[in-house]
Ligand binder design. Structure first.
Ligand SMILES: [Fe+2]
Ligand SMILES: [Fe+2]
Length: 236
């Protein structure tokens, strides 16, 4: 059942800045605790578990790149905190822009340089596939790739159908030109998502390790959707 997603629940706790400055633990672990609270009412396709998978991918890809890991992981924790606004607005609000706005009061009081704060906010703003700005720092490029990897492969297929279920889309419709269908409609199927977005992801990766992993995930996903269409026609 679709969880209620009220935009207001994504607001950072009023005391977030104080608690981040004082409590125990690393900067990233403290941000992680606060970020998780902002996903209390999130939909399954963009929930806290997605953020945790992206976090792990950032650790892996970031290890192969020259990055500021603390900046990268802080941004990973917060990159989708604006997602609830996009979902409840039917896509009218850009969650990357909203996420930067929500993250700002958490990041600004931190005892780190202005340059690093700006970088964290840039990473959040630039992580989206469909909208500029392009990722302009090594950390933003790694977060971008990590986020895209979680949209393809076996996890990507699962998430595509999970999202289709959330918006009430049908299972599959071979009779419609997906280019003429609308997102957040009953034609926003897993196959539509594959054709419109997921099939193109591997060609837009920004890091070497991200591109390598994307190639493998894409091959699995493409084979799945070939099979889906064949089975839907009763041919397999
Ligand atoms: Fe996102
Ligand atoms: Fe994401």
């Amino acid at each position: 059942m679709l969880k209620n997603n009220t935009p207001g629940t994504a607001e950072p706790p009023a005391s977030a800045a104080n608690m981040l400055e004082k409590g125990s633990g690393t900067l990233v672990s403290k941000i992680k605790i606060h970020a998780q609270k902002m996903f209390a009412a999130s939909r399954g396709s963009h929930d806290w578990e997605h953020t945790l998978r992206v976090f792990q991918l950032c650790e892996r890809i970031g290890a192969a790149e020259a990055v500021d890991m603390e900046v990268l992981l802080a941004a990973a924790c917060l990159h989708d905190v604006g997602r609830g606004y996009q979902d409840t607005s039917g896509g009218k609000i850009c969650h990357a822009e909203k996420g930067r706005e929500l993250a700002r009061p958490i990041i600004e009081p931190l005892p780190i340089s202005m340059e690093r704060k700006t970088n964290i906010l840039h990473c959040i703003h630039a992580h989206r596939f469909r909208k500029p700005p392009l990722p302009g720092t090594p950390e933003a490029r790694v977060l971008f790739d990590a986020d895209k990897l979680d949209a393809i492969g076996a996890v990507g297929v699962a998430r595509a159908f999970q999202f289709a279920g959330e918006v009430g889309a049908r299972l599959h419709n071979p009779d419609v030109d997906v280019a003429k269908t609308r997102p957040y409609s009953d034609e926003d199927t897993g196959f539509r998502e594959f054709k419109v977005k997921l099939s193109k992801i591997k060609d837009g990766m920004l890091t070497r390790e991200g591109a390598r992993m994307a190639g493998r995930r894409h091959a699995f996903m493409a084979a799945f959707f070939d099979r889906l269409q064949a089975e839907h026609r009763g041919e397999a």
